[in-house]
Design a protein. Structure first.
Length: 208
């Protein structure tokens, strides 16, 4: 991933302008499935509004918040000023994972759309040793099933290639990669004309 510093100040406003409340509701959909007191990894967390939501729902969890944009981290810290003791902010990527920590939940929302399928496989394989059998992995991202999904994606990829320098120009097969490394789709829901999919993965089958 390249740098999202430039878009950080207006990223939330831009997403709301285009998608309304769809992105917000999609990303918060399965937060209540995270157990109290969980060790949570958020990779590519953005401006921090999701972090604030998580801590409001689950105030006993501890979060490792890894983000490649220093400006996104700065914005995130402001949103959780009163609960920063619950959060470890790391300016970096999946290669910056803390040693010796096993996560009960992983969140990678609108993250895998920035990479190729092969890069996603490498990222997921890097995170895989840090989880246990009952860890849940929450992913919200775009899926392409209609012509207008493709048209929207083309516009978005062109925009972010200019303002953030991302190299990806099409969606990765992140769902298939998760299954290849052993994760099971436990439940999912789509929104915004089925363009956005929220999924809860686990290494074991669960009752929902």
């Amino acid at each position: 991933m390249k740098n999202f510093d430039f878009v950080a100040p207006f990223y939330d406003m831009l997403s709301s302008l285009v998608f309304g409340k769809a992105m917000h509701s999609a990303q918060t959909r399965f937060l209540r499935d995270i157990v109290p007191g969980a060790n949570v990894l958020i990779l590519g967390g953005g401006t921090g509004w999701l972090l604030a939501e998580l801590l409001a729902i689950n105030p006993t969890c501890k979060v490792w918040y890894i983000e490649a944009s220093s400006k996104m981290i700065k914005l995130s810290k402001k949103k959780v000023e009163k609960t920063t003791s619950k959060v470890i902010f790391i300016h970096g990527t999946e290669n910056s994972l803390p040693e010796g920590i096993v996560f009960d939940a992983v969140i990678t929302h609108f993250f895998f759309d920035l990479f190729s399928t092969q890069e996603c496989k490498q990222i997921i394989s890097t995170i895989r040793p840090t989880v246990h059998a009952n860890t849940i992995w929450l992913i919200t991202d775009f899926v392409k099933t209609t012509w207008w999904h493709g048209a929207m994606l083309e516009v978005m990829y062109r925009f972010f290639s200019v303002v953030s320098g991302i190299k990806a120009n099409s969606l990765s097969e992140w769902e298939s990669v998760m299954e290849q490394v052993g994760f099971i789709e436990v439940k999912s829901q789509r929104t915004y004309g089925k363009f956005i999919k929220s999924t809860l993965f686990s290494l074991v089958a669960r009752n929902v």
